[in-house]
Ligand binder design. Structure first.
Ligand code: NAP
Ligand code: MG
Length: 491
């Protein structure tokens, strides 16, 4: 068994049983029940994690609140812990990447980049948190504040509930935990049930780096069963959630007066115009649609191509797609692994079936083997579900449009508003179109890629509330605290 695994799990019937971390204790679990973690590539049970119940959630939140109130977690100490955590993560790079592969079925090359991105994020947040100063505001400029001044500080909120999805199981969870802790909050984190292991190991790394017991707690178990307790608890001040729009909207309905940071579904359109560099565009679009088997909120999820270049683009896409094929996820040369589970694969099957029934023509069509889902490219019309629904799988639908106006209209008709991208060599067109699109980020001549979060990202419409990103996540997880001073006139 891998070495970090040994520190947070125990073998029973030859299967590692992981622990939760509540109030500094790795074994406290009231229910005694576990759920399986399955390797999507082999179908094997690789580990089991605790099925936390409401009482466990309650215990974690109360302990996190108690710790927050003690206010003893010094900023310099936080920075040093994160630096040590980054060193430990570097030495555990291979083990962490293998864990991600085992639980998610993604190829090792992508898992290694995920670990590297987490290490980089740790460092970049450290730079930002040091400039968390606030403002000094003189009152002289307005009649009723004359003789006063204000100091506007940023301070932590308190207990943050961090809920992570399966697709980047380490990075997305860590990108919530790191700024939350550095800004002085305490955290209760819930990983996705399909992929809980890498985030548990990350919390273990924080603990080894010296994070005080009580500042972070990790609970595993069904979101359906324990989610409501987590998001409605009166001691939780903020919810940082990344996941589906359905669950995000459910949380928004229940949460009441809490800070909400919701990163939800996406339906990125790629608008390709007749003056685009078609060969480069096709290569980028395949990467955008098929990397991580399309299981990315920022995946290219529909191509809107000007009629005049549609045939050329389709042919170029067909050729480029040959570089994407499924293979052993542990092999460094494998470009694509599996999709996450049978439910996800069946949803993709149904989307393709629906497209067939609506007369779609397929350019690349191969059968899936288990959860190994090969890339699909197809030309569709707007009657198809694929034109509007989030795909989250390796399927690239292409729609022909007459002109710029139609492309913009179709792009903006989506209920999502996370990302889009524009391919053209005409600088006027590029900016004109980018101004008109409704998404949180518009990328010109490349595909959406949130990367380590140097640029802010987040969605409009049903794609969410708030912005992720190195500085931006800190803003989301702190509140403004204004101290106003009234100066007496000299006698
Ligand atoms: P999901 O099914 O919504 O699950 C996300 C997390 O929410 C999991 O930890 C899940 O736990 C938990 N959860 C489920 N029901 C809950 C409830 N009632 N209350 C509280 N938490 C609950 O999403 P996913 O399938 O893991 O991830 C795919 C989705 O994430 C896609 O829609 C994708 O677009 C979105 N995503 C968005 C971004 C972004 O930045 N905008 C980035 C990545 C992914 P269980 O696993 O136990 O159900
Ligand atoms: Mg799920």
């Amino acid at each position: 068994m891998l070495s970090l695994w040994n520190e947070v799990s125990q073998k029973q019937n030859d299967i590692p049983h992981f622990h939760l971390l509540i109030d500094g204790c790795w074994k406290c679990l009231s229910s005694g029940e576990y759920q399986d973690v399955i390797n999507p590539a082999t179908g094997e049970v690789i580990a089991r994690v605790p099925l936390a119940n409401q009482q466990d959630v309650e215990n974690a939140i109360t302990a996190a609140y108690r710790f927050f109130q003690t206010l003893v977690f010094d900023p310099l100490e936080r920075i040093e812990i994160m630096l040590r955590a980054s060193d430990i993560l570097k030495t555990s790079r291979e083990e962490m990447a293998k864990t991600i592969v085992l639980e998610s079925g993604k190829p090792i090359s992508i898992a290694l980049s995920e670990v590297d991105a987490t290490i980089e994020r740790l460092h970049l947040v450290l730079e930002e948190v040091r400039v968390l100063y606030g403002e000094y505001l003189p009152g002289e400029w307005v009649k009723d504040t004359r003789g006063k001044f204000a100091i506007v500080k940023r301070r932590p909120l308190g207990v943050v509930a961090a809920i992570a999805p399966f697709n980047y199981p380490l990075f997305i969870g860590a990108a919530k935990i790191i700024p939350a802790l550095l800004a002085g909050n305490t955290v209760v984190v819930k990983p996705a049930s399909d992929t809980p292991l890498s985030l548990i190991l990350f919390v273990r790394i924080l603990e080894k780096a010296g994070i005080p017991a009580g500042s972070i707690h990790v609970i595993t178990g069904s979101g359906k069963e324990i989610g409501d307790t987590l998001v409605t608890h009166s001691l939780v001040r903020a919810i940082s959630f990344t996941g589906s729009t359905a669950v995000g909207e459910h949380i928004a309905r229940l949460a009441g007066m809490k800070r909400l940071h919701l990163e939800l579904g996406g339906k990125a359109a790629a608008l390709v115009f007749k003056d685009a560099d078609i060969r480069t565009t096709a290569a980028l679009l395949c990467k955008g649609a098929f990397r991580n088997s399309g299981q990315r909120c920022d995946a290219v999820s529909r191509v809107l191509v000007e009629e005049k270049v549609a045939d050329t683009l389709l042919e170029a896409l067909r050729e480029e797609s040959q570089h994407y094929f499924c293979g052993d996820p542990m092999d460094p040369k494998t470009p694509m692994g599996t999709v996450i589970n049978e439910g996800a694969a069946k949803r993709l099957d149904a989307l393709l079936e629906d497209a067939k029934n609506h007369g779609a023509s397929f350019l690349a069509e191969k059968k899936r083997t288990g959860l190994f889902y090969p890339p699909h490219i197809l030309e569709i019309n707007t009657e198809c579900r694929l034109a509007w629904e989030e795909i989250f799988g390796p399927i690239l639908p292409v729609i022909r449009v007459k002109n710029e106006k139609e492309a913009i209209e179709l792009a903006n008709q989506s209920e999502y508003g996370l990302d889009s991208c524009v391919f053209t060599q005409d600088i006027d067109r590029a900016f004109r179109v980018a101004e008109k699109l409704h998404d949180g980020s518009i990328t010109i001549n490349s595909i959406p890629a949130h990367g380590v979060g140097h640029f802010p990202f987040g969605g409009n419409k049903r794609s969410g509330i708030g912005r992720e990103g190195i500085k931006y996540s800190i803003d989301e997880l702190t509140e403004l605290h204004t101290i106003i001073v009234s100066l007496k006139e000299e006698k």
